[in-house]
Design a protein. Structure first.
Length: 612
């Protein structure tokens, strides 16, 4: 008997504590708005402050609901370490003091963590669920607290690597939480669209003649729009590529040291750079499509959000009217809260029996609003893709720019490879052959006068020839491995895995053979990634997955190392990008501090069927 009223008291306490999450949401939205205006010092502290409330919620849920929830966040970034000259380096940027680099690392640690995005969705939806918790406890008893604990664990706990084996009750809770998450995604897309709308003032800036300010505003608006593109893909699976033309290159001075823009000469490069950036952002058609998207997204997103959000909230408020406002109204002799369902033609609930009869109606409203939430969120993203995705003309322009870049990189990579082969031949094989020739000359001179010494020199020449042959084989293997030519990419990668000191697992198969240049590019990319995992990543296990789908070879290399890999810090990853650039391939690296590191290699290619 004591457990039931205790559960009711705990439910009301969790409901009151849950409402405070909206305070965190308001603070985070304000900090995000300041971030869009360039004030970046508030979002990170706001997110870290919200984590304290989440930690307290995990503690209360573990104590009252019986659901232990471990912390889902990634490990904190390490402290910056100075280089030999005393400067701190992050990518291609140097810092004199460590405080800024430390702050930036913690900012990215807080904002890039997937648990932070789940936590934001929980902050939006938890007050609604927490307010309904007392009603659920009154109807279902202490079991409702356990349900709330499982729902909280879904949002605030670490996500399992694979699909968990859950029962029917948890499956229902997972469905409800997934639809509520889609509601949060709808609202999140609307918030991003509102922020995007705020940056559509840049044409007014142009009209009043504030030209130096227009280009920075457009670039800030592109940051917000790119966030909308990225989150639309993360939340709904609708991918929206970036359509912008490449940034202009730095101006090149004339022989007299001046910089020319049309018929005007400048002594300093700043004005030509500003003019080039201004022409770049205003002549790009994607800028004007972003402007149209900023004006249209808000009303369309709002209209698409109304059906699911309004119906769900109507049902939720109906439950509140039946089981919270009705008893309060009866106790205070007021009638306004008991007429909630008369708005839709249903009788008023004046007794507990009437409330029990109308509860299924309120639940039906909630479920009916949740059912289309995922589909409507996807429609929001698809509408955004109409204007924010690249057109065929922009795709062609981007491809031409990409081909120019990859042609230059391919030429540089080819020249570097030729220099490497020449250096290896000159310093290795050629030196050994010269030494062998000198020893053979000594053998000719000593063969009549000192046969024993001549035999000794001949043995040394034979050993040197064996070493030279081994070195030549290694050199040829570095150009094109024999196992790759004989057995194909998958078996060559398996051979790399056997030679690696790490516990390496290779999965996947290819139903044919690639062209030799593409096979070599993929092989050396995997070889470089395995070497990096062993030398720099301090990994113990590596998984390599290969697949060919829709004319695209995709290789995913994942290790459990310490993470923190930076493409700008090493020539190996840059070499992979140069190799892939020659085939119009893509390289994507995800390596948060603490790991894991995931590298994805994609090469457009076709497969020739294996000979039978």
């Amino acid at each position: 008997m004591v457990q039931y009223p205790r559960s009711v008291g705990r439910a009301f306490a969790l409901a009151g504590f849950g409402v405070l999450s909206w305070v965190d949401v308001l603070a985070e939205l304000l900090a995000f708005g300041l971030l869009c205006t360039g004030l970046i010092f508030f979002l990170g502290p706001a997110l870290l402050w919200a984590r304290r409330r989440s930690a307290k919620t995990r503690e209360l849920v573990a104590r009252w609901c019986g659901a232990e929830i471990p912390s889902p966040y990634r490990p904190e970034p390490p402290e910056p370490e100075p280089e030999r000259d005393g400067w701190y380096r992050e990518g291609n940027q140097l810092y004199k003091h460590a405080w800024w680099l430390r702050w930036m690392r913690r900012f990215h640690w807080a904002t890039d963590d997937p648990a932070t995005r789940r936590e934001l969705g929980w902050q939006l939806l938890n007050p609604l669920v927490a307010l309904a918790l007392p009603v659920m406890v009154l109807l279902c008893g202490p079991r409702a607290l356990r349900w709330y604990g499982e729902w909280t664990r879904h949002w605030l706990g670490p996500r399992a690597a694979g699909p968990p084996d859950i029962g029917a009750t948890r499956r229902v809770l997972r469905w409800v939480s997934g639809r509520l998450e889609s509601l949060g995604h709808q609202m999140g897309l609307l918030v991003l669209a509102v922020v995007q709308l705020g940056f559509t003032v840049w044409p007014i800036v142009l009209l009043i003649g504030a030209y130096p300010v227009a280009a920075p505003i457009v670039l800030l608006s592109r940051t917000v729009t790119n966030t909308l593109r990225r989150e639309a893909g993360n939340w709904t699976g609708v991918r929206i590529d970036r359509p912008y033309l490449p940034a202009p290159s730095l101006p090149v001075p004339r022989p007299d040291g001046l910089f020319q823009v049309g018929k005007q000469l400048y002594e300093e490069p700043w004005e030509p750079v500003r003019l080039a950036r201004m022409r770049w952002v205003t002549r790009d058609r994607a800028t004007w499509r972003d402007l149209a998207s900023g004006l249209l997204n808000v009303p369309v997103f709002f209209l698409l959000m109304i059906p699911s959000v309004s119906v769900t909230f109507w049902g939720f408020l109906g439950l509140q009217a039946l089981w919270i406002w009705r008893p309060i109204a009866q106790g205070t002799n007021s009638v306004w809260s008991t007429d909630w369902f008369t708005m839709i033609g249903l009788p008023s609930a004046t007794t507990t029996l009437d409330a029990l009869k109308l509860t299924p109606v309120a639940l039906a409203f909630m479920i009916g609003g949740l059912i289309p939430a995922t589909w409507l969120a996807r429609q929001q993203a698809r509408f955004a893709r109409l204007l924010l995705a690249p057109t065929e003309a922009s795709r062609l322009a981007l491809r031409v720019a990409r081909l120019k870049e990859t042609r230059t990189e391919a030429s540089v990579a080819q020249a570097a490879e030729l220099r490497r082969i020449e250096r290896d031949l000159h310093d290795g094989v050629q030196a050994r052959l010269v030494a062998m020739g000198m020893k053979l000359g000594a053998v000719e001179a000593l063969i009549d006068t000192d046969p024993g010494q001549a035999k000794k020199l001949a043995a040394e020449v034979r050993a040197a020839s064996s070493e030279t042959l081994t070195e030549l084989r290694l050199l040829v293997r570095g150009i094109h491995p024999p196992v790759l030519s004989e057995r194909g990419l998958v078996d060559a990668v398996r051979a790399l895995a056997l030679d690696s000191p790490l516990d390496t697992e290779v999965t996947g198969s290819l139903p044919g053979r690639l062209e030799q240049p593409e096979e070599a590019c993929a092989y050396f990319a995997v070889s470089e990634l395995l070497g990096n995992a062993a030398k720099h990543g301090e990994a113990a296990t590596v998984s390599i997955a290969l697949e060919h789908l829709d004319g695209l070879l995709r290789i995913v290399v994942t290790d459990d190392g310490k993470g923190g890999a930076e493409p700008a810090r090493g020539t190996g990853i840059r070499g992979i990008e140069r190799r892939l650039g020659a085939f119009d391939g893509r390289f994507c690296l995800t390596s948060p501090i603490g790991g894991p590191t995931k590298a994805t290699v994609e090469i457009p290619c076709r497969l020739d069927p294996e000979p039978s």
